[in-house]
Design a binder for this molecule. Sequence first.
Ligand code: IVH
Length: 676
Amino acid sequence: MNKDTIIDDYKKKILLLQKYNKQYHSEDKPTISDQEFDLLKKNIIDLENKYQFLKSKYSPSKYVGFKPSKNFQKLKHRVPMLSLGNAFNENDLKNFEKKMINFLSLKNTDLITYSVEPKIDGISASIIYKNGKFTRGLSRGDGVEGEDITQNLKTIKDIPLVINKNNFPEEIDIRGEVFIENNDFKKIEDKFANPRNAASGSLRQKDSLITNKMPLKFIAYTYGYVKKLNIENQTTFLKNLKLWGFKTNPFNKEISGIKNLMLNHKKLEEKRKEMAFDIDGVVYKVNNFDLQKRLGFAANAPRWAIAHKFSANSAISEIMNIEIQVGRTGALTPVAKIKPVNIGGVIVSNATLHNEDEINRKDIRIGDTVNVERAGDVIPHVVSVDFKKRKKFFNTFNFPLKCPSCGGQTIKDYNEITKKQDAVRRCASEGFTCEKIAIEKIKHFVSKDAFNIDGFGKKIVENFWDLRLIKLPQDIFNLDYDKIENLEGWGKLSVANLKFSIESKKKVSLERFIYSLGIRHIGQENAKLIAKHLKTAINFFKLSNEANINKLVNIDGIGNTQLNSIKKFFINQNNLKVLSDLGKNLSISNVALVNNEGLLKSKTFMLTGKLNGISRAEAKSLIEQNSGKIISNINKKLDYLIIGEKPTAKKVNAAKKLNIKVIDQKGWMKMLNKTS
Ligand code: IVH
């Protein structure tokens, strides 16, 4: 054979391999067997070895897998990927358990058993299997919507592509952590700050050929959507994961009792350095799936699980300056600018000093040598001052009494609950008059849990603000795109992308809308409660009438602090203008009941007295799950008063007077087709 024919033959084989790769990875329609595929690959590599002049960037000696499309497609998780609440000590754990015991109305002596799993510090991913086949893989994204990183995930050997076990559910999302082992990281440490960054970088980059070269590992630990799972608890689920061909954590355990959790935590923390991969804590999950289901979820995290973090890494550095940052709620936060220092693989040059009181209490001064701590993703903070290193000329730090941004008055709120003054000093201006507050409010407005505008990060908010392209949230929906296109770093394509992101977020849920306004004390959970209560944007806008705000007190979970804050918001003319302009630009969807066809459809309930074996919180969530509604006043709109032990006589009498049906727990259970 002459050289040209050899090259021709080689090129044909490469093209064929590319075709099969594409069929397998992108189209899920392989037309040849795995053996045939491997043979073709071997053929190509043999040819390359025999004839040194054969070279192709698509050679299987360089990669396996197919290049993914440029931009990751966004896909909604069928079941959201939530995060976990954090615990740092025994007390936090006791509170976590106590809350669950109260919610479930268990006797304190009842022991909850936990699945105890080391928390790997990597990147979570969700793999969708249909009929035993890996069909799609998503990143966590904002928890609701992830990125389609199927091609990159398919390069990870620990993730089975096909599962042929008869108890493997017909459809299931297997979730776990993608990470890099410490030994493997050593080979690439000059390119990334730590193993987590390396994993995240390689998983989310656009070229799966590069991902394929990274030593990524996968450990499975939970599931999202599932069709028919006949498993009763987490430890059995973990055992099944192993049988199905996934790697699970060798340090997983089943434990009950806080003391035992603490002992295990201590042991793992000691073992941490010897482990092959980074762990930053231990995850505790209530083992029993029925209990998990009953406990359900709060805003962002399950009630039945928590992450018990390890104590922080720390380092010694010097304070070069103290700057005052003004936050979205006007809080003045002192930040120490420190000599850059490496803490656990991350270079730290800023450390928070929390608030004015904290500086005074610890007597922190510019020039001081300090101990700085960094735990997980939490902002580094100054722990203590080394007074031996203090020089006489280091002066006490004078905390500013005027807002460093707008020069306005600052205040410390009086806290009704603690009967003390707040530790935090705040800029007293409302609305958008203080520049720093306004910028922070806009950052909040576009952030992940609010409008979640892709590609509109903090830096862009600052940049657009400086260029006077935005001053108020509504300006985002009327941007001067021609001007942006001519800015440095922008072009036709990036502007088109930005425009697309913004346009696609004009339809927004009422709860996201309320949260995005950044009203103090109205976080995600409260925004959700208010949205659920008000149902429509029109009702929300009607809060400009103070009488309507007062009615919100009927919402369980909304108190005076929240009401006062909402009043402050609606009194301000700037805020009203923001609302009306946003109203013109957006389509705010009404709240639809999750299940409006349940057994308690269009019935209203009120509870009085102690119920047997079920807490108030669980009873309420059970009513809502079945499309019933809770009301907190006895009036004609009430259909049923459910009475437990020792009901309030006044309520029972009032109900009887209005001919409202009074039922006991048994009667209520009957309505739900339950016997106990
Ligand atoms: S369970 C609702 N189990 O920790 C259940 N998470 O903040 C949520 N993680 O995003 C996840 N090891 O990336 C779970 N054994 C484990 C885990 C684990 C690490 C990560 C995961 C998640 C984060 C929670």
